[in-house]
Design a binder for this molecule. Sequence first.
Ligand code: SF4
Length: 396
Amino acid sequence: MTIKVDTASLQAEAAKLRRPRHRTREVRVGDKVVGGDNPIWVQSMTTPDTHDLEATVAQIHRLEEAGCEIVRGTVPKPQDAAVLSEIRRRIRLPLICDIHFDYKMALAALDHPVDKIRINPGNIGGYDRYRQVIRKAKERGLPMRIGVNAGSLERELVEKHGYPCPAAMVESALRYIDIAESEGYHDLIVSLKSSDVLTAVEAYRLYVQYADYPTHIGITEAGKAPYAVTKSASGLAPILLDGIGDTIRISLLGDPVPEIAAAFDILQATQRRVRKPELIACPTCGRLEIDLEAIIAEMEKRLGGKTTPVKVSILGCVVNGPGEAREADLGIAAGKGKGVIFKRGEIVRHVLEHEMVDALMEEIDKWEREEAEHGRLGGEKSPFVDGGKLRLPVLK
Ligand code: SF4
């Protein structure tokens, strides 16, 4: 069989595969605006008893140092609600209080200067109690996350749909959105979490067909790293590449600090939020002609802390090196003990192996200055406002 290739229609079909960002309303959470064209904020959750004030605040500071942008703490007891004002006073991040089962804890938490409340309406004790929480959040001018979870769906919905499937989860979310709207309350963020990757992906895809409240995305109870990071990436990548997601949390067993780097890496790899250089390196093989591992280790060290979204390719031999280097913003195509540096597809200099790292760093600095002069480095928002290869998502 001969397949006839029509270039124009191939390109048109390919263009359709790039999903635009799902249009969502903007909801303010402290100093962050979630939804719309805003960055996909990275959040995490504290692990000490919330009423252990020193331990909770210390962990929030460690999370902030790691880059966390919004933090959540659980409020299961009155003594946890009692310390919320003091926690808020001692941290800079927007603080979310997380409530399960007891609507009175939600009402108590809302007496404090928190920035958002997260409840699971399916386990809060019925519609009347849910309405009471909505009314108080509205009165306080605070947003709320409706956290639907496959593991705690209303029994009636599970029976109706047969099992806690995506349709049942979305029906639950829409039901609680409807009630909130009937109270004139629209400051909602929605999550549809499952520990099952397929269920979570399908639930988010289904949800966006019905509503435009921003989404908090995550694969719940992913377990222990490193498998948990791979599992989270497996679920979150299709969701993000579909243009879904306004804030993200990676759930890892134990210390939450590593969640932050994992979340940023997933956002970077899916090009939804590019905030550091992208280093492209080959796996090496018998053709290798330079000490690539040493060069990459040194480059990683020197690039640490840089936020420029520059794509740098370093490949170990002439097989793919020149092609990759031409496609990247900057790249080295290596040969035996030497190489050529490409910038925006053009050869700019020849270097020996021992000069490669210094030369590449000089070229990166130059590239940054040139991009800045042309107003192409827009800081945190640059992935969202610029086109181009790496800064892909003009997510309209
Ligand atoms: S770029 Fe060269 S050295 Fe690297 S994996 Fe490919 S063939 Fe091997």
